[in-house]
Design a protein around this ligand. Structure first.
Ligand SMILES: Cc1cc2nc3c(=O)[nH]c(=O)nc-3n(C[C@H](O)[C@H](O)[C@H](O)COP(=O)(O)OP(=O)(O)OC[C@H]3O[C@@H](n4cnc5c(N)ncnc54)[C@H](O)[C@@H]3O)c2cc1C
Length: 492
């Protein structure tokens, strides 16, 4: 093996590292890539199907992506997210066409996305949102109805047993999808494992990263089973450790990491696998979030398709824990607090009293109260058909602001060293759906010159035909791209 070639280390076998690894393998076939995962299985944290909602977030149904401003619905962020999801589907279509991933049980399935609200204020908002969105080609084919009979046709469960006097409205996008992010991640990790010069080491925990005088990173890795430790030197390191990214970023001691903190939020879903119920609902029905709720706590009644089996999910219910990962330690939060982030963290806590109040309310929910919120969406739901399941962990990012205080960020943050040799991904939303665009952003931070080179541009275009072009401004390209990827992925 030629030792002069670039060595890249990826930390974590979730969707983010897997996606970055796949892109890197195409862009730099000669580079050596080592991927370390502390668990004995890839995608066993947030990326696993039962740990997230599996919504292909394209902003069709998530009302929090379209805020009401001065009486107008702003769809800018929704278009941005929808475009990024189109990018993800293009890479997945490329991998499928190339035979790089198995597609026996499709990891992505067509499941209509619906928004569903009640009450005058909310129905008025939904109508305005629909009027603003249906003009944009990326949301073409969105349907709106305030007619209970039509909504019943779209999603019978949400109408059964409902009081006929309420004012209701819904929108529906047939282009919506359910995605088993765990399956596509494991497929990509398997592809990497079989690629030349890539080593995937499960049950290997990265415990430290030290920048050496020669500019390379020395990474200390514990072999979890053998209880031994080894070192590996790398030119580039990507910290895609999900909730575990913040502690590792802090270990790099780069200036850019200072002032970052994390606030963990756990989640739970109610799950139903009774075929008599499951077969009567084929939609992801998103409602209106409670005041203070973080973006991923919007209630929704979802069809999930996991390993070819259909089930229903409702939730998520938020909770509080001090763990950063489902398999993490209760010491994660206390150990992440230090002199450089205590002030921003306290300031963010003071500023987000609505979130604190929301979390306290969620943690205090009795099982009856929890069930009652399901009945807001499925009035005839019976407790015996539903079981509670624990979802993945989210670590909301807290960032120091200019005044030395702190802001709570709900999106995804890429923190990169000035020389681009290390990058870490913090945060959770909109998450796995936009993983391909996030990985492209990471590449831009780490390899700013290479990404503009002709060879990289050509390779990127091969994988993502719309790369470099706007799907928001170019109507024909947007519709042609969606038609092509949906045909390849069987999403018609
Ligand atoms: C309740 C919930 C609902 C969600 N719903 C959606 C949704 O509907 N749609 C959507 O697009 N996104 C959703 N998300 C977000 C999405 O799941 C995440 O954004 C995405 O899975 C993050 O992927 P990741 O690779 O960064 O992290 P992960 O999948 O968590 O992977 C990180 C990996 O790093 C490993 N690791 C950690 N520390 C170390 C270490 N020191 N050494 C080695 N390995 C380490 C972990 O074991 C893990 O396997 C949801 C998340 C949650 C929690």
């Amino acid at each position: 093996m030629n030792e002069d070639r670039l060595q890249v280390v990826l930390i974590g076998a979730g969707i983010m590292s897997a996606t970055l690894g796949v892109l890197l393998k195409q862009l730099m076939p000669d580079a050596r890539i080592s991927l370390f995962e502390c668990l004995d299985k890839a995608a066993a944290e947030s990326s696993d199907a039962l740990n997230n909602s599996g919504t292909g977030h394209a902003a069709y149904c998530e009302l929090n992506y379209t805020p009401l401003q001065d009486g107008q619905v702003d769809i800018t962020n929704a278009q941005y997210i929808a475009e990024r999801f189109e990018v993800s589907k293009q890479l997945w279509a490329f991998l499928k066409e190339a035979g790089a991933i198995s597609y026996q049980d499709p990891f992505i399935n067509a499941v209509p996305h619906m928004s569903f609200v009640w009450g005058d204020e909310n129905t008025d908002f939904l109508r305005k949102r629909y009027e603003a969105m249906c003009k944009a080609p990326i949301f073409q084919d969105m349907q709106y109805s305030a007619d209970p009979a039509v909504i019943r046709q779209w999603a019978p469960l949400i109408m059964e047993g409902r009081d006929n006097t309420s004012v209701l409205a819904a929108t529906k996008m047939d282009a919506g999808t359910d995605v088993d992010f765990g399956a596509i991640t494991r497929d990509m990790v398997r592809y990497l494992e079989h690629s030349e010069d890539v080593e995937v080491q499960l049950a290997h925990r990265v415990v430290d990263l030290v920048k050496q005088k020669n500019g390379r990173w020395r990474i200390l890795v514990d072999d979890v089973d053998k209880k031994t430790q080894k070192e590996i030197d790398a030119d580039y390191v990507f910290i895609g450790a999900g909730g575990g990214s913040l502690p590792l970023l802090q270990k790099t001691a780069i200036d850019e990491a200072k002032g970052y903190g994390g606030f963990p939020i756990s989640g739970q879903f109610l799950m139903c696998s009774n075929p008599g119920i499951v077969q009567r609902h084929l939609a992801k029905v998103y409602g209106k979030a409670e005041v203070g709720a973080p973006p991923m706590s919007v209630p929704h009644l979802d069809t999930r398709i996991i390993g070819g089996q259909r089930i229903l999910f409702f939730g998520p219910y938020a909770g509080f824990t001090t763990r950063f990962l489902k398999n993490g330690s209760f010491l994660d939060l206390p150990l992440s607090i230090g002199m450089n982030n205590i002030r921003p963290m306290l300031a963010a806590g003071m500023r987000n009293r609505d979130l604190t109040a929301y979390l306290i309310k969620q943690v205090m929910l009795s099982s009856e109260q929890r069930f009652k919120s399901l009945q807001d969406y499925y009035p005839d739901a019976k407790p015996e058909d539903w079981t509670l399941t624990v979802a993945g962990q989210r670590v909301q990012v807290i960032q120091r602001d200019k005044g030395g205080g702190g802001v709570l960020k709900f999106g995804t943050e890429i923190v990169t060293s000035a020389d681009g040799s290390v990058a870490a991904l913090l945060g959770a939303s909109p998450g796995a759906s936009t993983s391909v665009s996030i990985a492209l952003d990471v590449l831009t931070h780490m390899f700013p010159e290479k990404i503009t080179s002709q060879s990289w541009q050509q390779t990127l275009k091969k994988m993502i035909p719309s790369y470099g072009e706007s799907l928001i401004d170019n109507d024909d390209l947007c519709l042609a791209t969606r038609a092509r990827t949906h045909a390849i992925l069987g999403l018609s």
